[in-house]
Design a protein around this ligand. Structure first.
Ligand SMILES: NC(=O)c1ccc[n+]([C@@H]2O[C@H](COP(=O)([O-])OP(=O)(O)OC[C@H]3O[C@@H](n4cnc5c(N)ncnc54)[C@H](OP(=O)(O)O)[C@@H]3O)[C@@H](O)[C@H]2O)c1
Length: 236
């Protein structure tokens, strides 16, 4: 098998946006390493499933080790695994706080540190963090400070890492979605959620994968937070 075909690691890949990203990268003939806690082995020989909790350093180490053993390189990392819990501020439990920070922040830190080291050796690579428009534009009636705390941190880290690695061939970008039609949101909530967007609809998974693939091919774009949110970040 040729070693020149690119390799993408996608976290949170068992469903929703992550599963859509696996398909989108495979459609571009990337080989893919797909992670989530419950992910099942794939019948596609170009998809390597590595199960485990992305907040655990040992899981991140396993993903990178198995990616290199099977495919020999790492070109792209999409930090997609994430949890969203909307609650009034004082209703968050200590467990909520620990879980949300673990998945959204530790889940970024460990795998990014390990993958970027491989990209630096190659002198090329691309990291995309999936954040949320809510981090910058909070919505009355959708209290979610822990989403803002963690995804806002990822937005800031996106810019910081982009600058740190700009001269080393590694680009770092973010996609900030509005509300996307995934299993995260039950169908009974769709009408209300659609109305949060100036365009009057929820986003589709393909809206996000299209944006990630755009950034993937946009060699002069780094440190960008690309809002894919039906106009939410423009105003109401
Ligand atoms: N959908 C939206 O409206 C929306 C809006 C803004 C931002 N986002 C962001 O987009 C990303 C994907 O959202 P989604 O709607 O596709 O979510 P989803 O349908 O709930 O899927 C989440 C994925 O992450 C995995 N996951 C959760 N915790 C994990 C952990 N600790 N380690 C490894 N994998 C983990 C889940 O699989 P397992 O259960 O098997 O681990 C699943 O594959 C998230 O970061 C989310 O915050 C979504």
């Amino acid at each position: 098998m040729s070693n020149s075909r690119k390799v993408a690691i996608i976290t949170g890949a068992s469903q929703g946006i992550g599963a859509g990203l696996v398909k989108a990268f495979r459609d571009r003939d990337y080989r893919v390493v797909a992670n989530s806690r419950s992910i099942k082995p794939s019948s596609d020989p170009d998809v390597l499933a590595v199960a485990g909790d992305i907040s655990d350093r040992a899981v991140a180490e396993r993903i990178v080790k198995e990616a290199l053993a099977r495919f020999g390189r790492i070109d792209t990392l999409v930090n997609n695994a994430g949890v969203f819990v909307a609650k009034p501020f004082t209703a968050y439990t200590v467990e909520d706080y620990a879980n949300i920070l673990a998945t959204n922040l530790n889940g970024f830190f460990h795998i990014t540190q390990l993958a970027v080291a491989e990209m630096e050796k190659q002198r090329s690579g691309h990291i995309v963090n999936i954040t949320t428009t809510l981090a910058e534009y909070a919505i009355d009636g959708v209290p979610s400070v822990l989403a803002s705390l963690t995804k806002g941190g990822l937005n800031a880290a996106t810019k910081s890492l982009a600058i740190e690695y700009a001269k080393r061939g590694v680009r770092v970008n973010a996609v900030a979605p509005g509300v996307i039609k995934t299993p995260m949101h039950g169908p009974e909530t769709h009408a209300a959620l659609a109305s949060l967007h100036p365009v009057g609809r929820m986003g589709e998974i393909s809206d996000i994968s299209d944006a990630v693939l755009f950034l993937e091919s946009a060699g002069f774009v780094t440190g960008e937070i690309l809002h894919v949110d039906g106009g939410q970040s423009a105003g109401h």
